[in-house]
Design a binder for this molecule. Structure first.
Ligand code: SAH
Ligand code: SF4
Length: 425
């Protein structure tokens, strides 16, 4: 999502005469787009601010800006560093040119207003990715859920869905520019809902419209919420060949008691039923997740429930985190962060070990199967090989020389726990 936002920022700045440089030593203006989701993400930015301070000492005229979620969360506290000239929240990027005109060494500028309707629908992002094959398209902003551990609703504001026509137009433009895959982004794509005077578009309908642009355009999306993913969405994926068979469905915990405390609004049984539905319609669908270890009051039994759910589902891969208390969240205000760090670490390590074993199992099960790969470019490890993803999102590597953006049918011959080793058919 931050890559997507950075592309919007580049677009706004480019239209106002700015150019992008890859090197900090050349920049007159340095913007750091930030994340607040866990404390260690913020600590890294504080480290970067130290680096920017050095650069500013060397070249006193340069400007330093902090944008994104940390700007929203910390507001003018960031100015206390004495290094930062500009603080801009996620809904205020259109103000950047005005703020940059006004900013002076002794007069820093700040705009952290959250909006009810900003979706940047009319802005054509300047793509910053390297492969020219896969593009992010933001379909909504903010979040209306209040998961008790999560800072996102406070830093990114209320949920709003972007005009469906502007999404389809952007997807068509990137396809015409040679891209072959779009990833539709939102905190909870299943609650996408856009209404105009004469139509209502839900997420399933949006998927159908984007997929209808061209059979050669692959459609991906993230993130799905287990409480909201509907049968209609699942059946739309199943019946549309160019919608990729991969669902990222963050479970967070396998314990219904924890899920209640997290305010996720589903139970372990509900989650397992959604997985069963997905697998009954699409046995070959890739399934991945997010897990939090050591949330408030988590017992050994709750932790065992998470392990058993992961064992039962068998995710292809997962993002796994220790609970990090975030200021202002429901959990921070109401529950003690009472799991000792060494217990959190041990539980996380058990979760990671189980997932590594499951990943290897899931990847091994692919050996002998045929996959269609969208080539992204040369493999990083061996330039004689090329790589790209299968529909289920597994990374495939195989000898060959097809250009990026071509579809190649391969057979899986071997694997690691994160890559399928294939040969072209
Ligand atoms: N909107 C998405 C997730 C966005 S945040 C969803 O609801 O699934 C990405 C992931 O970060 C979350 O799924 C969660 O696993 C993790 N996360 C969020 N807040 C966290 C916290 N306070 N501590 C640890 N992990 C957290
Ligand atoms: Fe955070 Fe929950 Fe919203 Fe995801 S759905 S962004 S975890 S509040």
């Amino acid at each position: 999502m931050n890559v997507g936002d950075t592309e919007i920022i580049f677009s706004i700045l480019r239209d106002n005469g700015y150019d992008r440089t890859e090197s900090m030593e050349e920049a007159d203006l340095i913007l750091a787009n930030t994340c607040s989701i866990r404390d260690n993400a913020e600590q890294r930015i504080h480290g970067r601010i130290g680096v920017f301070a050095q650069e500013k000492k060397r070249r006193p005229g340069i400007l330093i800006g902090i944008v994104g979620c940390m700007a929203e969360r910390l507001k003018d506290k960031l100015l206390e560093t004495g290094v930062v000239d500009l603080v801009v929240g996620p809904d205020a990027y259109r103000s950047l040119p005005r703020l940059l005109d006004a900013v002076r060494p002794d007069s820093p500028q700040i705009d952290v207003l959250l909006s009810r309707d900003e979706t940047y629908a009319d802005i054509r992002p300047v793509r910053t990715d390297r492969n020219g094959v896969s593009a992010f398209i933001s379909i909504m902003r903010g979040c209306n859920n209040v998961c008790s551990y999560c800072v996102v609703p406070y830093t990114r504001g209320a949920e709003r869905s972007r005009d469906a026509h502007s999404i389809v137009r952007e997807a068509r433009e990137v396809f015409e520019a040679g891209y072959r895959e779009v990833t539709l982004l939102g905190q909870n794509v299943d609650s996408y809902l856009w209404k105009s005077a004469d139509e209502t578009v839900n997420f399933a309908e949006l998927l159908r419209r984007v997929a209808a642009i061209d059979p050669l355009l692959r459609v991906r999306f993230a993130t799905s919420h287990p409480k909201d993913i509907s049968d209609e969405v699942i059946e739309t994926i199943a019946s549309t060949p160019n919608i990729c068979r991969h669902i990222h469905l963050p479970v967070q915990s396998g314990s219904t008691r924890m899920l209640e405390l997290m305010r996720r609004k589903y139970s372990r049984e509900w989650y397992l039923e959604r997985v069963a539905k997905i697998r009954s319609v699409m046995p070959d669908c890739g399934l991945t997740t997010d897990v939090i270890a050591g949330f408030c009051t988590e017992t050994e039994q709750d932790h065992a429930d998470t392990l058993s759910l992961m064992e039962e589902v068998g995710f292809d891969w997962a993002f796994m985190f220790q609970y990090s208390e975030r200021p202002g969240t429901l959990a921070q205000r109401h529950y003690p962060d009472d799991i000792p760090p060494e217990v959190k670490t041990r539980r996380l390590n058990e979760i990671i070990a189980l997932q590594n074993r499951k990943s290897l199992e899931r990847y091994r099960a692919q050996i002998g199967k045929v996959q269609e790969v969208l080539v992204e470019g040369p493999s990083r490890k061996n330039p004689a090989d090329i790589c790209g993803r299968a529909s289920n999102s597994m990374m495939c590597v195989f000898p060959g020389s097809h250009p990026a953006g071509t579809y190649v049918r391969v057979r899986v011959v071997d694997c690691t726990s994160a890559t399928l080793l294939c040969e072209e058919i």
